[in-house]
Design a protein around this ligand. Structure first.
Ligand code: NAG
Length: 314
């Protein structure tokens, strides 16, 4: 009897996103804070994307940076607006399809971002360790190939693990204790043994974050060693670009590795870590690249002037 009843109500039609807190005052505060951050993220990244098309910034590094900004902007947009609206709504529901769309987009964009960060490390490696061959190695074709590879990897990464979760039986409860739907939390709600799914998540998400991180760590170590041994003074520009890259890498990968290499350990912490890679990282690139980078600042100043002048004459 029990099992028949279970089968009958086997699919929940929607999930409830519990968010970061249930205290209303804090929710209002977060609403204001996240709204401002989100707006700044979109504007900042848009500004980078537009700047990158100005002639001065027509180098492989900025080509990749422009694409990273695009990924960042979408990574900030696939779940955060809904999360912000949910902060002031009583019904914090998300449809079954919406929930799995979020999972798919998170892994598509997250995977693309990881491989793009690896591509940017490769670009810096060639620029600093093989400077004479830079323009030959990093030609237009290679740049486009790197961007295409990152999107393809993200797509594969997302498409390979989604089927394992979307077919699980969900018969309630349907409370997702986070700000958006993600694999570990949602699969935990399935009313069946999810051992296989856990293995898939660790093998796929855990592996891609861990291996990208290790590759990045090794390539940046190489670069740092090269800088130290070849250039004694000057080189502050190279070093500041590198510091920027390494900061982004740490802040993005730290939480990812924590969540996916041990996906079923500590759930109450996961939702706070999720803030790092959907809200903090996407705004970090604009901040870091505009504050630390002279070329970028010049390009932005020029753009701003064009913008102001165009308004004068209209
Ligand atoms: C991103 O990559 C595509 C193709 O690989 C390229 O056409 C585009 O200009 C790049 N975008 C930015 C903002 O640089």
């Amino acid at each position: 009897m029990e099992s028949v009843k279970l089968l009958n109500q086997s699919q929940v039609s929607e999930f409830i996103l519990m968010g970061l807190t249930s205290l209303q005052d804090i929710e209002l505060l977060l609403f204001a804070l996240f709204s401002v951050i989100y707006l700044a993220t979109v504007l900042g990244n848009l500004f980078i994307i537009v700047s990158v098309f100005t002639p001065n910034l027509n180098t492989p590094m900025y080509f990749l940076l422009g694409n990273l900004s695009f990924v960042d902007m979408t990574l900030a947009s696939f779940a955060t607006p809904k999360m912000i609206v949910n902060l002031v709504k009583n019904q914090k529901t998300i449809s079954f399809a919406g929930c799995f769309t979020q999972i798919f987009l998170l892994h598509l964009l997250g995977g693309a971002e990881m491989i793009l960060l690896v591509s940017m490390a490769f670009d810096r490696y060639v620029a600093i360790c093989k400077p004479l061959h830079y323009m030959i190695i990093m030609n237009k074709k290679v740049c486009v190939l790197l961007v295409a590879t990152s999107w393809l990897s993200g797509l594969l990464h997302a498409a390979l693990q989604l089927p394992f979760v979307v077919n699980l039986p969900f018969c309630g409860p349907n409370m997702v204790d986070s700000i958006f739907c993600d694999l570990p939390l949602v699969s935990k709600l399935a009313c069946t043994d999810t051992y296989l799914v856990q293995i898939v998540i660790i093998a796929n998400s855990g592996m891609i974050s861990m291996s990208s991180f290790l590759i990045l760590l090794i390539s940046y170590s190489f670069i740092l060693i090269t800088i130290r041994s070849h250039y004694s003074t000057g080189q502050s520009k190279a070093r500041s670009t590198l510091t920027a890259h390494i900061t982004v890498v740490m802040i993005f990968f730290g939480p990812c590795i924590f969540i996916y290499v041990w996906p079923f350990s500590n759930h109450s912490l996961d939702k706070f870590l999720a803030v790092f890679y959907t809200i903090v990282t996407p705004i970090l690139n604009p901040i870091i690249y505009t504050l630390q980078n002279k070329e970028m600042k010049t390009a932005m100043r020029k753009l701003w002037r064009v913008f102001v002048n165009s308004r004068k004459y209209t």
